[in-house]
Ligand binder design. Sequence first.
Ligand SMILES: NC(=O)c1ccc[n+]([C@@H]2O[C@H](COP(=O)([O-])OP(=O)(O)OC[C@H]3O[C@@H](n4cnc5c(N)ncnc54)[C@H](O)[C@@H]3O)[C@@H](O)[C@H]2O)c1
Length: 460
Amino acid sequence: MAQGAFGSSDAEIDLLVRGMRSGIAVVGFGYIGTVIGAVLADRGWPVTGIDVRQSVVDDINQGKTAVAEPGLSDLVAHSVRNGRLRATTDFSAVAENDFVIVNVGTPLGPDYEPIVDDIKAAAQAVGQHLRPGHVIILKSTVPPDTTETLVRPILEEASGLQAGVDFGLAFCPERLAEGQAIHELTSIPVVVGAVDERSARACATLWRQTLGVDSVIVDDPRTAEMVKLADNLWVDLNVAMANELAKLCDQLGMDALQVIEAANTMPKGGNPVNILRPSMGVGGYCLTKDPWFVNHLGESVGLKLSIPRTSRTVNDTMPAYTYGLLTELLADQGKSIEASRIAVLGIAFKNNTGDCRLTPTKYVVSLLEQSGCQLSVHDPWVAEEEAQTVTSIPLSPDIESAVKDADALVVLAGHREFHKTPLTRLAELAATGCVFLDGRNSFDPAAARAAGFVYKGIGR
Ligand SMILES: NC(=O)c1ccc[n+]([C@@H]2O[C@H](COP(=O)([O-])OP(=O)(O)OC[C@H]3O[C@@H](n4cnc5c(N)ncnc54)[C@H](O)[C@@H]3O)[C@@H](O)[C@H]2O)c1
């Protein structure tokens, strides 16, 4: 009979988790792993982060993290100081922890296929230290069947143990959004797809007692794997629709946000319509790849799907569209881009994060760099090293120096810091008749116009 979380009754697991009488190993301490690990440690659990990158491990053990997520640095510093969070490259730490959460990366390959090499390596290393009673939870975004047909055999062969008999195994997709990750981790229900009922119950108990969230238990891991892809396909397609509506409204001289806000009051299927907001582009580590996972999946079963291609193609047009808007706005002022001074505010892939992975802002910045304009770039969230993945121009240290004498302000990520300087102050610093292109529709058009800017949003 197995010992530990998996081998126990519901009541014993409940007591074990409630009493924090075990530990959690978090394998892959990148963006998601660090958020999960820091929150679980903050909730009182002994957490060991395991990563192959020595620099990540060193940072964590010094109480630091390079992951720029609101509130995360404080959680990491606090949890390391009080001894509840540590990190290592040594997988033998798996042996001491009843729960093992795997969050390694799953990038997109050259033919838009998911690369699962890190998942295989992590499963192999975890399997070598697996003990009866452990519960292994995969959280990386993966194509359906990965848990059952890839991870399970590796774990079983490496450990000599059997999933669903000796140890628990489940897939629980991570559905949080960067920028509000800590809040979402502790508020969104967790979808649980496990290889057996006991694994599912152990996961549900863990999430309830640690994060305070409900679980949605689905039939099996492959269903849970599909849930994550369905969620992200919906988001990407919804934004693509908002972006095409915005282009149409731009041509017709309407405010797309007013249209969307009013359209969203119609109930449909028990909930109101929920059209999301148009923007200068969709980026980041999830929405740029997960629709392609779905497309690849369709091809693997002989289906030619239209939706993932459409959503990706439409959203990929937005950076060039945004650059086109800027050219027109400057031309209306009798100016050309190459003779203008342009201030870009925000280069992260979205508001209130420092993450520049697969950021759509890079395309706009590259077009500006090629145009020969005088360019300044400011982003208070992005570290200098990360910024170099987007632009070779050193970041301006503050918004005022970036904006000084600008013919155009181009907001590519609408960070909350940008709202701290009054618009009237920015207008004073900028050139007269300065264009304000709000690529995230995060400013009030009337306020920007009243301050003296020539304001334009995406679709408004
Ligand atoms: N970033 C997001 O907003 C987000 C949201 C939901 C889901 N996801 C999914 O979560 C997964 C992780 O995403 P992320 O943004 O945290 O990626 P990341 O690249 O920031 O982190 C992955 C970490 O895994 C480590 N790693 C790689 N191979 C390893 C191995 N064999 N053993 C141990 N560690 C290893 C890497 O060094 C890295 O630190 C992906 O599948 C992603 O699609 C991401």
